[in-house]
Every structure is written in C-alpha cells, then in structure tokens.
Write a protein of this length. Structure first.
Lengths: 92, 474
C-alpha cells in the first residue's frame, strides 16, 4: 500500500497517524493485503456470498416498548456537560 | 470437597466466602486476570439473591470479559478510550446467569475490543498465564481463561470472534466453548465483527460450561440475531463418529509445534479406546480461512468501531478546535495500534473500487467454507482440530509477532465463519504447559460437544495449574 492510499484510508476512518505510526501501520497493512491476495487462488465463481448467518429474518412488532429510563446514567458518561446538554467545540 | 460443591451457595456462607476471597486476591495479584475485581459490587444491583438455593448456579461466582456490559461495573473493552465508561445496563446473557443466582465478581482482562491472541493488546493491564507467569494467557479472552485456570472462579464468560475463547482456554488448560452463532444473546456485548461474534464460556469442568450455556442460550427480544434454540439431532445412534482433520497440507505454511503434534497424535490413539470412531476428513478451503476471516472481521470492525468518537461518552481529546478534529484526535489518542490496524484494513477493503476484490470475494470464500463443513458433517458427528499451532508463548516472543499470531488463527476461525459451535478441551501437558484440541459440531450441536468432552474428561480431567488451590473449600 502506498502512503497516499494510507492517508486517504486514515482520513476515511477518522484517524490521525503520527509519523511513527504511519511507518509501522503501512508495513502491517501491506503485509495483510498481500495475504488477502491468496484468496484469488480459490475458484469462487458462481458462489453466493455469505453476508450473514441468521436462520430467518425476524421482524419486530410495531408497538411501543417499555425501555428503562437511564438518561441520568447516560449523561454521567458525557465528557463535558452544560446543564443537561453535551458540549462540543464550535462548529463554525 | 467436591470440585463443584464448594462453589455452590458461596455467597451465603460467610466463612467460606472469606477464605475464597483471601485465596482469590492472592492469586489475582500474581496473574492480573481482572481489570476490576469486586465480589460484592454486582450483588446489590442484580437479581442474584432471588434464585432458589437449589439451583446449581446459586451463589456461584463467575467472571465476565470486559467487553460485556455488567452494571454497575465499568465497561472498558480494554481500551484507553473507554477506561472510565460506566455501563447503564447489563447484558442479557449475564442477566440470565444472575437470574439463576450466579454472582459476577469482576471484569476480566482482554485484548482491546477483542482484537488479539495474547491479551498483550490490553491498554489497561497485564495478564500472566497461571502455568508460567512469563508466558501469555492467550487472547483475546485471556483474563477469563487465566482466572479459571488459577481457580479464582469455576467459569468465566468470554467472547469468540475468531478463536478468542478457545485459544486462551487451550493456553491455560481449561475448557472453552464457542456456541453456535445466534445461540446466545449478544445484547450488551460490544460489537467487534457482528457476523462472527458470539459469547462463550471458559470453565474448569465440562459441567460448568454446560450449566452456564444452558442458562444463557435462547432467543432474546433485545437481540434480533439471536435464535430459538432447537438442539441438533444426530441422524444415527451409536458411537460418536469423529472426523479427524487431515493435517500437513493446505495449512498456508502454518506448522504445528512438536508439543502440539505429540498431544494430537496421543489423542488420536486414546479416542478410539474411549469409544469414538475416527475417520479422516478434508477441509480443502482451510488454507483460505485466515484471509477471508480478516477481511470480513476488519470490514465489520471498521463500521462497528466508528461509534467511538469521544462526543457522548469515552475519553475526549482535550485540545480539539472543532468537532471533526475532536473525533479524529479522540480516536487517535484513545485506540491502540492493533485496533487502528484493523480499522484501517477494514476501511480499505470497503473502499469503492476494492470491494469486489476483497470483501465480496471473502464472502464467497466463506460460502465455500460452509459447504466444506456441511459435506464433512454429512459423514461424521464431530470434527477434531488443533486449537493453535503452539502452546502458550512467552511475552514479547519475537517468533510470535502480530502477523504470525493472525496466521495461527487457521484452526479456530473457520467455526466463526461457518457459524458452528466448537469446544476446546485440555488434551495434554507438554513440558509443563497445557495443550488443547477442539471438537466442532453442526449448528446447535452443543450437546454433542459436551458429550464428547465429558467422555474425554472422565479419563483426562483438566490439569490443575500451579496456582490452583481448592483448600479454601474446607
């Protein structure tokens, strides 16, 4: 993998890599991609892809469900609060 | 006192409880199996007290991998990013055990988000193998397996995405059950790779794994990937027919360590004496399972882990100037190397232009793997495979770099790709280190796994690690 490819991928993944990490990860990613290429040896022509293993498609009833009120517990985990609002840096 | 009896009703016998706690804290100091160990914490919050004392799980302590939510413990996932995250609810699988009286005594260490084979990828603690403190306990459920092997708990929950219960169980000399995909609710499990993840059990005896599994299994309205449990029925009665994986070819350059080879050959000699009928089976696609597994697991991980952004919860980067930067910095500072690697790989294989080459092809290979096992199970009840190519390795072993560890998932990850149940069992000791082998069964064939492992256990019970001590039972 070229470092340009790594940059674009990191950007898509919302990751910022240090110089040091870039070197390490570029090598590790390339090594894995090379290994993935092995799959080309196997003839998979005509095979349906397995996307999931669930035996049946289950639908949920369209009804109001009771959910526990854990609003306070959830808010307690917020890194920064003002009253009951989660604070983030300026958008504009 | 009997292997099982001393655990029952532990929390209603103050003297015994105190002796157990003293032993447990001493052993824990040596191995670091837990990220949080607090035997009384969940007791007040759960329904554990209400179960009838006659229930075999009543008052029995157990550990839970810290990838599974248990109120009021923190749910760290072994990550810096979630170091202080307190879960507002408890996983369904844990609740079902609590409803039968079992008591969560702590959260066990793991590779960050379940990604690794040694628990060395935990950002929050170091876990040692009870057989040799210089060696790793395996991973990613290393803390759970180590806690059981040291005798701190009779069983502990882990998760298995590509071998993460079975491999540490093999390294620590205990049983490791990976159930059928969908057999156990995942509500409350932090998702890593949703089409592969299952909650499993590490245990000292087959009976504990069976007890825990039977309590947990079955449909859960809160997890739509959970399934009604309909046990697999054997086509014929009589002795169990075991398909033995033909080793040697098609292993993608992965060679068995001589210690594992010796245990494997010995098992092949012993199993017929115990009434099993052996025959060779071939899984031609085995050579490609590791590639397919990592493409699929990383792709799903890149989507599942996108939620960790430092906004609503988790460790937030302090110096961000705008929301975009906040997300990027929080993730970059909060996630470890291995997690970043898998997110990058997953993002890459899903990028437009590459999908056919990697993700779609991997899903087709996955279909081939399923077909190979369907074919194998047409002629046998179980398939026998090694668990890992070597016994527990030393911490920082150069020969066991992260890439080699991934290639070594070859024997475990096919069960996840095919959604089949598998159970690793301690099959022998070599130079003072345990080695496990595994049985695989058709979907919902857990009872067959328990039956086969129990037969083996009667003659070869799990060995006690040097730290194991039942003396506190009186």
């Amino acid at each position: 993998m070229h470092s340009e490819d790594l940059h674009v991928t990191a950007q898509l993944a919302r990751l910022e890599l240090s110089r040091d990490e870039e070197d390490r990860l570029e090598k590790a990613v390339s090594q894995m991609l090379e290994h993935f290429a092995k799959m080309k040896e196997l003839d998979v022509e005509g095979l349906e892809p397995t996307t999931q293993l669930a035996l049946e498609n289950r639908l949920r009833d369209d009804s109001v469900a009771e959910v526990p009120d854990n609003r306070e517990a959830l808010l307690k985990n917020a890194p920064e609060l003002e009253d009951r609002l989660i604070v983030i840096p300026n958008v504009l | 006192m009997d292997k099982h009896e001393r655990w029952r009703g532990l929390f209603s016998h103050p003297d015994r409880l105190e002796r157990w706690q003293a032993f447990a804290r001493g052993a824990e100091k040596k191995i670091g199996a837990f990220l949080q160990f607090d035997p009384q914490l969940a007791l007040a919050d759960s329904a554990s007290g209400g179960a009838p004392a006659a229930n075999p799980l009543a008052g029995v302590p157990f550990g839970v991998k810290d990838l599974i939510a248990v109120r009021p413990f923190r749910l760290t996932c072994g990550s810096r990013l979630l170091k202080d995250f307190v879960t507002p609810y408890t996983a369904s699988a844990v609740q079902r055990l609590q409803a039968r009286g079992a008591v969560v005594v702590g959260k066990t260490n793991l590779d960050e988000f379940g990604m690794g084979s040694s628990t060395e990828n935990s950002a929050l603690g170091r876990t040692c193998n009870p057989w040799d403190l210089e060696r790793v306990a395996g991973g990613s459920s290393g803390g759970s397996a180590a806690a059981v092997a040291a005798g701190i708990v009779p069983f502990a929950l882990g998760t298995d995405t590509g071998g993460s219960v079975r491999q540490p169980a093999s390294f620590c000399g205990v049983y490791g059950l990976k159930p059928t995909y969908g057999a156990v609710s995942r509500y409350g499990l932090t998702a890593y790779a949703s089409s592969l993840d299952v909650i499993g059990v590490a245990s000292k005896t087959v009976a504990w794994a069976r007890e825990a599994f039977q309590a947990m299994r079955g449909i859960d309205p809160r997890d739509h990937s959970s399934a009604e449990y309909r046990p697999h029925q054997r086509a014929a009665s009589g002795p169990l027919r075991v398909g033995v994986l033909s080793l040697g070819k098609g292993q993608g350059g992965v060679a068995l360590d001589p210690a594992v080879e010796r245990v494997w050959s010995r098992a092949l000699k012993e199993l017929p004496k115990l009434g099993f009928v052996l025959q060779a089976v071939e899984i031609p696609s085995l050579e490609y399972v590791v590639s397919a597994y990592y493409v699929i697991a990383c792709a799903e991980a890149s989507a599942n882990l996108a939620r960790f952004d430092g906004i609503r919860y988790g460790r937030r980067a302090p110096q961000a100037e705008n929301p975009e930067e906040l997300v990027r910095l929080s993730r970059s500072q909060g996630l470890g190397d291995e997690v970043k690697l898998r997110i990058l790989l997953g993002t890459y294989v899903l990028r437009s232009g590459f999908q056919d080459q990697y993700y779609l092809r991997a899903q087709r290979v996955r279909t081939r793997i399923r077909q190979d096992f369907d074919r194998a199970f047409a002629g046998v009840d179980l398939v026998l495979l090694p668990v890992f190519p070597c016994p527990a390795f030393r911490r920082g072993d150069q020969g066991m770099d992260p890439f080699t560890q991934k290639l070594s998932d070859i024997f475990t990850c096919s069960a996840n790709l095919a959604g089949l149940p598998a159970m690793s069992f301690p099959a022998g000791l070599e130079a003072g280190l345990p080695v496990g082998l595994q049985f695989m069964a058709p979907a919902f064939g857990e009872e067959l796994l328990f039956e086969a492992c129990t037969t083996f256990e009667k003659h070869f019970p799990s060995p006690d690690s040097p730290l194991y001590d039942a003396g506190w039972g009186g």
